[in-house]
Design a protein around this ligand. Structure first.
Ligand code: JHZ
Length: 367
């Protein structure tokens, strides 16, 4: 897997982009609701949309792209607000449906936007979380948004933030589903080409550092200072220059070396090491660093659909959480490092029994 950067669009992206049908189908492995923190986050996101002042007071219509198991839209459904979730992965969409969420199981395109407008009208808010960066035909999506969004409507979407990936060397955010890693610079450029303004930016703690972007049709709303300030910070960080990503590449190699030295040292001391959280991110670390069963004996994960399977490429068994509880290792690599707070609070027994955590962000260390 290789990434490329354009100094014109200021976009960082995968060179080879996988077909969406290969990633999003009827046995999609990630259920958004596996973390309590994320459930709270999306309830807050829904409340912020409702209180934002951007929605029409009479019968607002909210659309969410890639609504997964309905973790956000259920908050609108419960309040009787007109909504629609677009979710091509049938298994997670079925879960959303159980929570009273209205679903269309298709990929979002300009044509689909047209039929939504014809059949259900234009939307006040177009929402997405950890979805926009997954879509190779991002231009098709932006064109669809332009069609479906009311003249006074807003787009609010969030994704892992490139500024955090660079500053924390969290290279595990680069994997097949993450076709792009966005910044305010690249989003402003992309939507600007299609007559839309970036009007606000709101940093989020989720996924190890995310950014929520707020966009509207050109001139519909004033651009907030937050945008001007973040763009200036991004230029200062060098997110508009190729050299920054060359340095990032060198930091990634250093991170790989440190992790391998640590794991091999623990192995030579006869310590047992397992992984915690069979995240998408872990696939990048395992394959890039060449970490297999010789260094990690299993990875524990609470998601039933992942259990009993093997990690892509390195074939480490993914086991139920109960295995971790019954047979804890000496060291656990925290592949779900973005959920550290929630996990540390839950795993006090592991620590008091002498267990230790290994994290690789922002640098490799034992906690
Ligand atoms: P988590 C996924 O990435 C895939 P991942 C996707 N491409 C994306 O963009 C983001 O999410 C949004 C487990 N777990 O959130 C559950 C425990 O076992 O870091 C999950 O499998 N115990 C859509 O996979 C995994 O860890 C726990 O206590 O990198 C966490 O995955 C907790 C809290 C989680 O996202």
């Amino acid at each position: 897997m290789a990434i490329g950067f354009s100094e014109t669009s200021m976009m960082l992206q995968l060179i080879n982009q996988p077909a969406p049908e290969k990633m999003f189908h009827d046995h999609y492995a990630f259920y958004s609701s596996t973390s309590n923190y994320m459930a709270r986050h999306f309830k807050d996101f829904a409340d912020e949309v409702l209180q934002s002042g951007y929605l029409t007071i009479k019968d607002p219509f909210v659309l969410e792209l890639g609504c997964n198991d309905g973790i956000m839209l259920r908050n609108f459904a419960e309040k009787g607000i007109r909504h629609l979730g677009i979710e091509p992965s049938l298994n997670v969409a079925a879960e959303a449906n159980k929570h009273g969420v209205r679903i269309l199981s298709e990929f979002f395109t300009e044509q689909l936007a047209e039929s939504i407008v014809q059949e259900q009208g234009m939307v006040d808010a177009f929402l997405a979380a950890n979805v926009m960066c997954h879509i190779p035909d991002i231009v098709g999506v932006v064109k669809g948004i332009r069609r479906v969004l009311k003249p006074t409507g807003v787009v609010m979407f969030e994704d892992p933030y490139l500024g955090d990936v660079v500053s924390k060397t969290s290279y595990d955010q680069i994997y097949d589903e993450h076709v792009f890693l966005f910044s305010a610079l690249s989003i402003q450029y992309l939507f600007g080409l299609h007559g839309m303004d970036l009007i606000d930016v709101l940093p989020q703690k989720t996924h190890g550092g995310s950014m929520r972007y707020v966009l509207a049709h050109r001139g519909a709303y004033p651009v907030k200072n937050s945008v001007t300030e973040l763009i200036a910070r991004e230029r200062a960080q060098g997110l508009d220059r190729l050299t920054t990503f060359k340095t990032f590449g060198a930091n990634v190699e250093q991170s790989k070396r440190s992790l391998l030295i640590l794991l091999k040292e623990l192995k030579s001391q006869g310590k047992r090491v397992a992984g915690y959280g069979a995240t998408s991110k872990s696939t990048t670390i395992l394959n890039y660093c060449g970490i297999g069963l010789d260094l990690i004996e299993y990875i524990s994960d609470t998601t039933p659909i992942k259990q009993g399977k093997f990690t892509p490429g390195m074939h480490i068994p993914v086991v139920p959480y109960e295995t971790f509880k019954a047979n804890p290792p000496d060291y656990a690599v925290l592949f779900a490092w973005n959920h550290a707070e929630e996990i540390m609070a839950k795993e006090k027994d592991f620590i008091s029994a002498g267990g230790k955590w290994i994290v690789h962000v922002p640098e490799v260390r034992v906690l």
